[in-house]
Every structure is written in C-alpha cells, then in structure tokens.
Design a protein around this ligand. Structure first.
Ligand code: AP5
Ligand code: MG
Length: 390
C-alpha cells in the first residue's frame, strides 16, 4: 500500500494537492478537517462536540479523532493506499496512526510536508474567506490555528524524521509545479526498494570477507572504502598520495576523500539494487555524510549488521593475515593492530548507537567459519525484508 500523510500548516495547500494526489495514485482520501466539517453540518453528536473547538481554531481532542480515523481506515481495508490530510496533527495521533496501520499489516510510506512562509499562508486563507470560505478563515482564528500548529503539530516532524519518513517540499509556486515536486518525492520513496546495508564490526571481524559474499548473494554493489583507497594508492593517484600516510598509521583517512570515492562509486551504479557499505561510516560524522549522499539518490540505509567478535579472536585473525599475502601494512605490528582497535572503540562504536535509532539493526556472532557467519548474516537480511514488509 502507498500510505501518505500530507503535512503542513493551515493554508499550506494540503487540501488542494490532495485532490490531485488521490486521483493520480488512486488513494482513499481521509481529511479529518473535512470529516469534522461534515459532522458539524449534519449536527451529529461528534459534530456538536467539535464545533466550538474548530470555530476557535483549537485542535479537537485526540479521542474524537481516533473515532473518526479508526472508522474510515477500517472501512477501506481493500484500498491501494490512503492519503491522510491534516492527520496526524499531534504526536499522540502519530502513535495512533502507527498502531492502526500496523493492524492492517502496513505502514506509512512517507510524510510529505508543504513548506510555506507564514505571511503567504495568511493571505491564502483570507483570500479563501472571500470566496465562500470557512468559518475558521478569519484573522483571529487563523492566529490560533497557527499557534496550535507551532505548539502541538510541529513535534510530529521529529517523530517521522527519526524514521526517515519525513520529506519537506517547497509549497510555494503554481499548484501544478508543487504537485510535480510531490510526485517526485513519492516516486523517490517508492524507489527506495534499494537495499542498503551498513556492515560494522571491529578490525578483523570479517567485514570484508562477509561484505563481498553478501553483495554477491543479494545482487548488491560492494563498497569498501579501504579497497577503494588501496586501489587509489596502487594507481598512484592524487587521492592515493593523500591517503597513504593515514592508512599506514592505521588511522581514519580524512572525510573528504572517502566521500569522493563513495559518491563516485554510487554514481557508477545507478541501477543497482542497493549497496553494502563496509568500512564506512567509521564515525558518526561519516554516518551523517552517508545519509546525505544516499538522500541525494533518494535512498537511505536499510539495515545495519554488526559483526561481533571478541577482541582476542580479532587480534589473532589479523596476526594470522599478517603472515599471508593478503596482509595489510597495518597488520604487521601489534602496535598498529591495537591502534586500530582503539580507533574502533572510540570512533566507530558510537556509529552503532546512531544506526540503532533509525534503521533495522542486527547483531551477528562473528565466530566460526566464513559460511557459518554468512548464514547468520543472510538470516538477518531475511528478517529485515520481513520487517520492511511490515
Ligand atoms: P483542516 O481542515 O485540516 O484545516 P487546516 O489544517 O487549518 O488547513 P486548511 O484546510 O485551512 O489548509 P490546507 O493546507 O488544506 O490548504 P488549502 O488547500 O485549503 O482543519 C480544520 C480544523 O479542524 C482544525 O483547526 C482543527 O480544529 C480540526 N482538526 C482537523 N484535523 C484535526 C486533527 N487531526 N486533530 C485535531 N483537530 C483537527 O489551501 C488554502 C488556500 O490557498 C485555498 O484557498 C487554495 O485555493 C489556496 N492555494 C492552494 N495552493 C496554492 C498555491 N500553490 N498558490 C496559491 N494559493 C494556493
Ligand atoms: Mg484542508
């Protein structure tokens, strides 16, 4: 199902754009404002309870809204999707929506927010007042509605931002141009069937080995900043020159460099099913950067897999590798190995906390042979897909 919440302050154009959206995507339309006005017109008990509040510009109680919403949602179980206009308008309502949709085995696809400066909003509503308009379209009530929006409705933004479902859209311009921006945003979120994995774990935990396997088995593109950097060094490029001393010391290379490499790699694979990121992000700043890079291609991190391995095993593996041809310059001394483990503790562990809050997160036991670990990781991917289908 395509479930959209159209968000924005009073007068932002939610109602106007809704008409176009429901037609294009064949959605069921639920506007709490329209329903309340209908109840008032029909003088129902619900209408009577809401009338005084709406006329003053206040928000109707969450209790009344639940009654309306629940009825409409359950009346439309077979729809291809729902467009919510003017709902959720409080954080409580956001929780209610989550609950209702999860009962239907679905979830909100995105919240699109129409952004319009205050002076424009007011003039639009006063204009509407002249042509028939609504009883709440007068300056005194508009002020209250705006204030209610600031106090109670705006916090809903954070709720969906944390879920990566909040998309602000410029609400100024012609109705057609705004509509096309909304459509782009929707197509973008739908295209997000992109499956992007962040693979984390301390040095020696097997990220490289497993990352390549995961990419191969799931038709994803493997992006290892370490590998990309080694290639630059081998090719004696400008980037290689800058990166080499950092890598030799077992340190994290400057962000600009990793960004350039990742961006290039993403651009080279516009039709990929998704990416496996290994060795990046290594710091919380890099996590923000990666979010930004993916946002530019309308995508985001789908899940984080953290390979857990006891420190001793990890030292042993790195030490073993140092005796093979696959050895890295930073495997060769205990000092360097310890330095990398230390960098991981200090800088990379916070990345795990960062992703825990906003993506699907699995911790996977990294002990055992390649196949065993791979099986555990694939299992986590299957579970992620199940969760996404909600
Ligand atoms: P509701 O009916 O939802 O009103 P609102 O949020 O105040 O928003 P409006 O309907 O006024 O604006 P809109 O964004 O739909 O803009 P529109 O397309 O009309 O809610 C009314 C009341 O009900 C609330 O105050 C509350 O009391 C209660 N309520 C509703 N839901 C609730 C909930 N969930 N919880 C609690 N209480 C709830 O456009 C505005 C004007 O601008 C129009 O005249 C339009 O023609 C014009 N316009 C549109 N687009 C453009 C453009 N691009 N350029 C120029 N003009 C434009
Ligand atoms: Mg409206």
């Amino acid at each position: 199902m395509l479930n959209i919440a159209l968000f924005g302050p009073p007068g932002a154009g939610k109602g106007t754009q809704s008409k176009l959206l429901i037609e294009k995507y064949n959605l069921t339309y639920i506007s709490t404002g329209d329903i309340l006005r209908e109840e008032i017109a029909n003088n129902t008990p619900l209408g009577k309870a809401a009338k005084g509040i709406i006329e003053k510009g206040g928000l109707v109680s969450d209790d009344l809204i639940v009654q309306i919403i629940e009825k409409r949602v359950t009346m439309n179980l077979n729809t291809s999707g729902i467009l919510f206009d003017g709902f959720p308008r409080t954080v409580v309502q956001a929780y209610i929506l989550e609950g209702l949709l999860s009962k239907m085995n679905t979830s909100l696809t995105c919240m699109l927010s129409l952004e319009v400066p205050q002076d424009q909003l007011v003039s639009r509503m006063l204009e509407r007042a002249k042509v028939g308009g609504r009883s709440d379209d007068n300056m005194e009530v508009i002020k209250v509605r705006m204030q209610e929006y600031e106090d109670k409705t705006k916090p809903v933004i954070d709720f969906y931002q944390e879920k990566n479902k909040y998309f602000p859209v410029n609400g100024i311009g012609t109705i057609e141009s705004i509509f096309s921006t909304l459509v782009d945003a929707i197509e973008g979120t739908m295209k997000q069937d992109f499956f992007n994995i962040v693979l984390l774990g301390k040095p020696g935990s097997g990220k490289g080995t497993q990352g390549e396997l995961l990419a191969r088995n799931n038709n994803l593109v493997y992006i290892s900043t370490g590998k990309l950097l080694r290639k630059e060094i081998a090719n004696d490029t400008e980037i290689g020159h800058i990166a080499k001393p950092y890598m030799d010391r077992g340190e994290i290379v400057p962000d600009e460099i990793a960004i350039r490499l990742i961006e290039k790699k993403i651009q080279q694979h516009p039709s990929a099913d998704g990416f496996v990121f290994k060795g990046f992000p290594r710091t919380v700043v890099q996590a923000y950067i990666l979010d930004g890079l993916l946002r530019r291609v309308n995508s985001r991190i789908t899940c984080m897999l953290n390979i857990k391995l006891p420190t001793l095993d990890s030292i042993k593996r790195l030490n073993d590798r140092s005796k093979t041809e696959r050895r890295r310059p930073y495997d060769t001394s205990t000092d360097l190995i310890l330095n990398r483990l230390d960098e991981y503790e200090k800088k990379t562990k916070p990345v795990i906390e960062y992703y825990k809050k906003q993506t699907i997160f699995f911790e996977v036991d990294g002990r055992g042979d390649e196949e065993e670990v791979n099986e555990r990781l694939e299992e986590a991917i299957v579970k992620t897909v199940q969760q996404l289908r909600g």
